[in-house]
Write a protein that binds this ligand. Structure first.
Ligand SMILES: Nc1ncnc2c1ncn2[C@@H]1O[C@H](COP(=O)(O)OP(=O)(O)OP(=O)(O)O)[C@@H](O)[C@H]1O
Length: 361
């Protein structure tokens, strides 16, 4: 496993006992305020000593309290991206980027200054000072600076929390690049389902100091029994490929052989994408719908019907495109006599899926 984390710590009135393993990619540490995210991050970063911890990254041991091993923070070789960019105000972008830079140890190294600047679109900003950058631009510089320190892992602590929605949407693709272009483990703290859906390879959900769930993003978000952010956050993640941009502004995707039409996605034809389809944007029909304005109709088989405490229920169905979830009323479940094994049609309105619901994979 790329990331192996075990931390226990007792504060007055709060007990943390967290243990998880994560494969290569971006691991989102997800949890409500006070669930223990910062305590875990501090243990990984080497800020303070937990009562008991064993943490390794790609087999390299950072701390093992029982054996008295505890690398100081500066020797852990971690690149940080925080909520605020924490740039040096008196240095321009170029100097901020070069601060703490480490030289390549081998020629196959992918992290060159020019590549990082190009990838993050910082070319035109190099001579500017942080005071003259937008929040999103500052965060791009912070990502570049973290990368240029040639870290063994990246630790991103709520890196989008201080940005408005537009800036968030602007920065997320850079984290996708970070995830996909460099084989660096990334531990990413967030309490946003949207970020989990776009970025997570693995989700580690924390609740009251313990891990309540670990798994691949699609699996965790697609579990109707797992609703830490409320039922409105429940949804499926579908893997798809961009097949064609149509003249009328729609992009056609191929999801496991099924065609999906979504509002224009800024990706080239042939790109692999992941698409989040929220359960409340899906309606169900027993018969193949005709004369309907919706363009996306997926035929599937019901694998579970889960009634909530309120009027709603989540129906999970397996389709050609993958597992899809639909949030309907319990009344509809009864009226339509929805049961496991039944063949059903899921209808997804194209415009229900916003461009920010579609990311790279
Ligand atoms: N130094 C401390 N002394 C006592 N209690 C602490 C200390 N640090 C954290 N705690 C408590 O431990 C719990 C977990 O805190 P932690 O900061 O890890 O949560 P979090 O998930 O990061 O929350 P947030 O998203 O609000 O930052 C909280 O109940 C907090 O009050």
């Amino acid at each position: 496993m790329t990331l192996s984390v075990q931390v226990s710590h007792k504060f007055d009135g709060f007990e943390l006992d967290v243990s998880f393993e994560a494969p290569e990619g971006l691991t989102v540490l997800f949890g409500a305020s006070g669930s223990g995210k910062t305590t875990v991050v501090n243990a990984v970063a080497g800020l303070g000593t937990p009562d008991q911890a064993r943490i390794s990254v790609n087999g390299r041991l950072l701390v093992e309290t029982q054996r008295g091993i505890n690398l100081p923070a500066y020797k852990r070789e971690i690149g940080y991206v925080f909520q605020e960019a924490r740039l040096f105000p008196h240095l321009n972008v170029r100097k901020n980027l070069l601060y703490g830079r480490r030289m390549a140890r081998n020629r196959s190294d992918k992290i060159s200054f020019d590549r990082v600047v190009g990838m993050l679109g910082l070319d035109r900003l190099l001579t500017r000072h942080p005071a003259h950058l937008s929040g999103g631009e500052k965060q791009r510089v912070a990502i570049g600076r973290a990368l240029l320190s040639r870290p063994k892992m990246i630790l991103a602590d709520e890196p989008l929390a201080a940005l408005d929605e537009r800036r968030k949407a602007e920065i997320i693709p850079y984290f996708e690049l970070l995830r996909d272009e460099f084989s660096l483990p990334i531990l990413y703290v967030s309490h946003s389902i949207a970020e989990v859906a776009r970025l997570a390879t693995t989700v580690v959900a924390l609740e009251r100091g313990a891990v309540s769930r670990v798994g691949a993003a699609a699996e965790v978000l697609g579990d109707p029994a797992f609703t830490p952010a409320g039922v409105r956050a429940v949804g499926a993640i579908l893997d798809a490929r961009v097949t064609r941009h149509h003249d009328d502004g729609l992009t056609e995707l191929d999801a496991g052989g099924a065609a999906l039409f979504l509002p224009r996605i800024p990706k080239t034809e042939g790109s692999d994408v992941r698409v989040r389809v929220a359960a409340h944007d899906v309606i169900l029909s027993r018969d193949a719908p005709k004369g309907l304005s919706a363009l996306n109709i997926l035929r599937g088989t019901i694998v579970a019907v889960r009634a909530g405490e309120g009027p709603g229920a989540i129906v999970s169905l397996d389709t050609q495109a993958g597992r899809v979830l639909a949030r309907v009323t319990r009344r509809s479940v009864q009226a339509m006599e929805l049961t496991e094994g039944q063949v059903i049609h899921a209808v997804v309105k194209s415009v229900a899926v916003a461009p920010e619901d579609v990311g790279a994979r």
